[in-house]
Write a protein that binds this ligand. Sequence first.
Ligand SMILES: [Zn+2]
Ligand SMILES: [Zn+2]
Length: 546
Amino acid sequence: MVHTVIVQPDVDDNPGIADRLDAFASLLELADANPYTARAYRRAAETIRAAPVPVAQLVRTGRVRQLRGIGPGIEARLRELVETGTIAELAELERELAPGLIGLGRYLGLGTKRAVEIARALDVRTADELREAIATGGLRDVPGVGPKTEAQLREALAREGEPRPQRGLVLTRARELVHGIAAAVDGEAAGDVRRWRDANERLAVVCAASDPSPLLERFTALPQIVAVIEQAGRRAVGVTVEGVPIELVVAEPERFGTALVRATGSPAYVAALEPLPDAADETLVYDALGLLWCPPELREEPFRGEPPALLEPDDIRGDLHCHTTWSDGRASVEEMARAAIERGYEYIAICDHTPAVGAVQGLTADDVRRQGEEIAAANELLAPFRVLRGIECDILADGRLDLPDDVLAELDWVQASVHGGQRMPRREMTKRVEEALRNPHVSCLSHPTGRLINRRPENALDLERVFEVALEEGIALEVNGLPDRLDLRGEHVRDALRAGVPIVCSTDAHSVRGLGNMELSVHTARRGWATPADVVNTRTRENLRR
Ligand SMILES: [Zn+2]
Ligand SMILES: [Zn+2]
């Protein structure tokens, strides 16, 4: 079943407007438009989704450009959307680019261009027609498609039960997608997102109804779903224009808890609990099994015994890694501090970059001292809240730090970071980091493995050795909350804690909004079984040091 995606948004509803801008961004990307434009639309969508006021009203009163990231171009599109209920260029791109076809193609592993070429050669215009052509061997007639590709596509199409995207989605994107769909069908987000995985493959929503048809229909008509790849009984799998499959399970109300447990845990975790009893909610399922309810983050590997009392977002008393306009941040020291106060924190550490970071401006010894004066002034203004003088100091290739010891000695909090030269062999990299951790002024090792999800692998670093040295020197390891870092990741957090090394949950915020990534860091730490006592920034300021 395929439908066109001309579902009109409720333009008085911020998420509805944001969804249209997101769709526009995706299609601009497909049309090979200027990538900067697509990104600008995505950012605008994010801003609108989070806006505390009705954006349609701002548009009507000519005040929408007061929102960050909304310039004249985007304002014009928004006015068109609010006044006419549609964006003409978006509708045109949708017709031209056949998102259902593209979404299915991407899901099967075809690039956009290739999918469009194949569709043209076969003269097919919809996802259903493409499926039909692949299933009936029509691809043999397409120039450039060999028997191997054809076999792969047929196999991908026949892959049933557990559809997966070509690669895992970054947590923020996956959460936005799954929670958006869950809200639209009155369901619960399940799958990898509910376990706060770093790269999300199983995207699933579970809802409850005796008759599944109305919800399945609502699901397949959502603007996010461009084609349906499976539908049977109480389950459907739709695919987004990016080729990401999302599963909807409509459970009978008296079995909702059972379905939610099945759709949340890893296959190994769920298998160890089977056969699952039927129950209307999760607590009843665990009760019937004679177990305590298990936080979703721990539902990876089967385990015996009680889950510990994990770290909670409210346990966090401050953020120890934030940037300002002194380096590559967007807000001033005072703005960051006020935002931290609003979040209920007691302290924040300002950790701007040092010169060796290269791509952005870094602070010299002189700068650090001048920033210290600004921080002192902020502290006078904001007491008893405390702005800590910190730094994100580069670890040079030989393990020395990028600022002299006497400057580091003045600071309250020193993050040490590897930025350049990340391809070093394991022994050299480990020595480099070890050397830096021996510096008595270092408080914490930032984003220890240096990975960027889907873009850069982990550095060749002997983490076991790093844990030993950190323990000896009283240094904490960071759980960096940037969505494409989440570094340390859950498994490594668990290893660090087992070795006796404390962690810090930080955001590495480069803006006021960036402070919101604390939840990503906290839930990543929970995946590593962290309790409040394991986390340095659950402590009061007086107890921060060692
Ligand atoms: Zn960094
Ligand atoms: Zn940073």
